[in-house]
Write a protein that binds this ligand. Structure first.
Ligand code: NG6
Ligand code: CA
Length: 521
């Protein structure tokens, strides 16, 4: 049981407090009317330089750009980690991933990583009377025991246990089996004639694999990894058998999650809602719907960005049709930085033609360097944010739960999550342009870097300087301490600034070993 018996306060960002003439009942009604709906649009592997409002020229993202043009566009906002599972874990719980086992990139048969006892942002909204829903990529495990799920029955533990009233999700990633959607804990469109079996250790008798049957890879070939089961002419990570009519078609994933989100919005728009809209774009295998092919001249990766923008446009259009756009807070961001070749031969590198997904930052997905976690971050809320602004504030997705609690007037100023900070609501909503004093970023090897003001510190760690399994990305791993002052992280100033190194090393040590970060606030 999660007990957060929290008093309601008037939303901090709302109009002035009710006067003595207002009865408590009407004050509460007014307060409820002011609380925004919240839609989090969470892209996958979308880089700092991948949107036209962040400088991309070879792809046009008019719908995202419109949010930025009428809201806040952040230039120093970060996911918690440079891979998906740990970033998503932290975003939903407000707890750093290093405090929890099993938060590395999860397999498709991982058990639920967030335990039902944990307090999540969905719990927070639900307690406040919101209807909550999750669509799209999950990647945080399902069911009670890893590798032991029976995909032919309702899963015993799922999103309903961590605050989501409704869910239509992919268990992990599009490149990991099982390649079916799970709706409210059960396989959607379940096909009883094709029972589903999943294994991450061995293949099922007689089933083809990308490794042994490359002739069956009619949609995409792998460049590294991704050579196990074949679904829809694409090799995957892990083995699966069955699925029949329930198997997804990669070209329809964006349409499918968008249609489900729209249906939910249409049904629930008369109650406050929280929607976690986690796209598969632009993660591999990139295989956009044919109507987006050729939109950018950058092949599937660029066209998947165009497809992502279309999804955003459909959500916006629906909110407008339902007449709730003005009172809906939309936050658009990404789970980690970009990667060009992440395991499929989709010509992403060859067709870049000058496009820089990293937006000029060093590193990329998996990395300690900035491009690993510095991501697009747009906040749009017409009822409160009246003027478009570019924001330099240092913000981290770790604060999502606490910032949302503050925005909807929950709590009495205390942080609700282990590591998030309510105080960051001012920065997220545009009234403070400084943000965090210090921010932490976890790389794929779990090394924790710290950014504070203009300084970025990467503690010494083991590991090769480049990713070893395929993607051409600088990891930032080094046995020497690294201290950078410039955005491009080229000149290591550690030797000349030993006090700064010591201070930031201490902060990293502290955050790594203590159960919460309150002291650092
Ligand atoms: C890697 C996969 C990569 C991607 C990543 C997770 C291989 C060779 N590479 O292991 O393709 O799936 O995991 O990405 O298997 S994330 O964005 O979900 O963290
Ligand atoms: Ca990702």
């Amino acid at each position: 049981m999660k007990n957060h018996k929290i008093k309601y306060l008037l939303p901090m960002l709302a109009a002035p407090l009710a006067t003595h003439l207002t009865t408590p009942e009407t004050a509460q009604a007014q307060e409820r009317a002011r609380r925004p709906n919240v839609v989090l649009i969470y892209a996958d592997d979308l880089g700092y330089g991948d949107l036209s409002c962040y400088g991309a020229e070879r792809v046009s993202t008019p719908n995202v750009d419109a949010l930025a043009a009428n809201g806040l566009r952040f230039t120093n906002a970060h996911s918690v980690a440079s891979t998906s599972t740990p970033s998503r874990y932290s975003l939903l719980t407000g707890e750093y991933p290093w405090r929890k086992r099993g938060t590395d990139v999860a397999a498709g048969d991982a058990a639920m990583i967030i335990s039902p006892e944990q307090y999540t942002v969905a719990d927070m909204f639900k307690e406040a009377g919101y209807t909550t829903a999750a669509f799209g990529k999950w990647h945080l495990g399902l069911g009670a025991e890893s590798g032991k799920q029976d995909w032919n029955k309702p899963l015993p533990v799922g999103l309903a246990d961590i605050g989501f009233d409704h869910s239509y999700i992919m268990a992990a990633t599009a490149d990991r089996v099982p390649c079916v959607f799970i709706e409210n804990g059960k396989v959607a469109n379940y096909d009883a004639s094709a029972p589903i079996y999943v294994s991450y250790s061995k293949n099922f008798e007689g089933e083809p694999t990308g490794k042994d049957n490359p002739e069956l890879l009619y949609n995409l070939k792998h460049s590294h990894g991704h050579n196990m089961s074949i679904v829809n002419g694409i090799g995957r990570i892990g083995y699966m058998k069955g699925g029949g009519k329930a198997l997804w078609k990669d070209e329809n994933i964006a349409d499918s999650i968008t249609a489900h989100a729209i249906e939910f919005l249409k049904e629930k728009s008369d109650t406050p809602f929280f929607v976690y809209f986690a796209t598969n774009d632009v993660h591999v295998p990139r295989f956009p719907h044919p109507r987006f092919r050729g939109k950018t001249g950058m092949g599937h990766r660029g066209d998947a960005i165009a497809q992502f923008d279309w999804c955003v446009g459909e959500i916006i259009k629906t909110l407008k049709e339902l007449d709730v756009f003005d009172k809906t807070l939309i936050i658009l961001t990404s789970d980690n930085g970009p990667v060009i070749d992440d395991g499929y031969d989709d010509r992403a590198e060859e067709l870049l033609g000058g496009h820089n997904p990293m937006g000029g930052l060093r590193g990329g997905k998996y990395s300690c360097f900035e491009a690993g976690t510095r991501v697009p971050f747009i906040v749009h809320w017409p009822a409160r944010i009246k003027r478009a602004k570019e924001r330099k504030a240092l913000v981290s997705q770790i604060d999502f739960l606490d910032v949302m609690a503050t925005v909807i007037g929950r709590g009495d100023g205390e942080n609700l999550s282990p590591d998030g900070l309510k105080s960051q609501a001012q920065a997220w909503m545009g009234s403070d342009n400084k943000g965090r004093e210090i921010l932490f970023q976890m790389a794929a090897n779990r090394n924790i870097s710290a950014r504070s003001g203009k300084w970025k510190y990467i503690p010494p760690c083991k590991g090769a300087p480049m990713i070893t399994w395929g993607p051409k990305i600088e990891t930032g791993y080094s046995v020497e301490p690294q201290l950078y002052r410039d955005k491009d992280e080229r000149v290591n100033r550690a030797a000349k600034n030993s006090e700064k190194v010591e201070r930031l090393q201490k902060a990293v040590e502290y955050i790594r070993t203590t159960p919460t970060n309150r002291k650092l606030e």
